[in-house]
Design a protein around this ligand. Structure first.
Ligand code: NAI
Ligand code: MG
Length: 339
């Protein structure tokens, strides 16, 4: 039987990196029963008129865990992001994104080790947008609640404590957005008193961007609101090798959905060149969540070996390995480790 897990292969490069990840997971010897959902996003809109069918949500509520590949969202028109909807409807309030330097990769900095904690259900992504046709004015509401701020900030501090990473930085724009960002900052400042062993500081978002591209080694855990967290995640991915290598977990009180930071990459879809590392590492986070530490360690160690070796990389990192070939190569290494 094994673990029953919802599987959302997504679109664009989604199906390719999903198959690659399943190849690697299979090599761990752990049994999974995948509950596949392919009708989501634009395919679901065409067939059923809704982007996020209730069956998908019900399925994740039943399995409690999902492994998810990216899903395309139309730009400037069309249906609301199913990624954002999933996070809101399942109350996956913590988006955890570890950005760590990999051995062997040529990047401007060597020892980047940052985990981003992005508030995942409110802020500017609350979905409250209106358009006043008469005056041709569009509004977006950025909602910040005390409860919503407390749960993500507490999650970041607890993570910092549990993983012995005693430095938390809250990122905000409280000088301008005095009520929304101001509340988020205030909650963080108050909570910091409960964690006296953890160094706490705050940065205004624009300064944070400059700091991260000049002195990223000075930061360990960054907690911030939805939009800033979205942007800083891609920025930090850029520090450690790009979107092809950074994993993520969407975690709530009842459910968890594991997915890469990157999107559906339509520019490279269907060519067997996407880097599956980010989704494979998201699966590694899923294994840790399940308590399958040995299998998770095997995946991590196999990846570190492949990167340190540097001869079997995908095109985004200057290599020639295809998505499938990378996965097969990695699966062989994982199988040898768990044997
Ligand atoms: P993107 O992350 O898909 O791509 C940005 C750039 O990074 C592209 O040049 C792409 O080729 C490259 N890239 C991304 N992942 C890669 C990988 N695994 N290997 C090699 N190169 C990779 O972001 P973009 O282009 O802004 O968005 C495309 C679509 O994805 C949009 O519809 C967007 O809404 C959606 N999206 C979905 C997400 C999700 O499902 N969680 C997250 C982010 C975006
Ligand atoms: Mg993003």
């Amino acid at each position: 039987m094994g673990y029953r897990i919802a599987l959302l292969p997504g679109d664009g490069i989604g199906p390719e990196v999903t198959e690659a990840t399943l190849t690697v997971l299979q090599a761990t010897g752990i049994e999974f029963e995948w509950v596949r959902h392919t009708e989501i996003g634009s395919i679901a809109v065409e067939k059923h008129g809704v982007a996020l069918p209730a069956t998908v949500l019900d399925s994740i509520r039943e399995t409690k865990i999902a492994l998810k590949a990216p899903i395309t969202t139309p730009i400037g028109k069309g249906f609301r992001s199913v990624n954002v909807q999933l996070r809101q409807k399942l109350e996956l309030f913590a988006n955890v994104r570890p950005c760590q330097s990999l051995p062997g990769l040529e990047t401007p900095f060597k020892d980047v080790d940052i985990v981003i904690f992005r508030e995942n259900t409110e802020g500017l992504y609350s979905g409250m947008e209106t358009y006043d046709e008469k005056n041709d004015i569009a509004d977006s509401i950025a909602r910040v609640s005390r409860v919503g701020s407390e749960r993500i900030i507490k999650y970041a501090f607890e993570y910092a404590r549990r993983h012995d990473r005693p430095h938390v930085t809250v990122v905000h724009k409280a000088n301008i957005l005095k009520l929304t960002s101001g509340m988020f900052l205030e909650v963080a400042q108050n909570m910091a008193h409960s964690y006296p062993e953890i160094k706490f500081d705050d940065r205004i978002i624009d300064n944070m961007c400059m700091q991260l591209v000049t002195r990223p080694q000075d930061y360990r855990n960054i907690v911030t609101t939805n939009l800033f967290g979205d942007i800083l995640s891609d920025l930090c991915a850029g520090l450690v090798g790009g979107l092809g290598v950074v994993a993520g977990a969407n975690v709530g009180e009842h459910y968890a959905v594991f997915e890469a930071v990157h999107g559906s990459a339509p520019d490279i879809a269907g060519k067997n060149i996407a880097n599956p590392t980010a989704l494979i590492r998201s699966a590694e986070l899923m294994l840790r969540h399940l308590g399958e530490t040995d299998a998770a360690d095997a995946i991590r160690n196999a990846l570190l070996d492949i990167y340190a070796d540097g001869t079997f990389l995908t095109a985004d990192l200057g290599g020639t390995a295809g998505t499938k070939e990378f996965a097969k190569h990695m699966a062989d290494r994982v199988a040898a480790m768990v044997a």
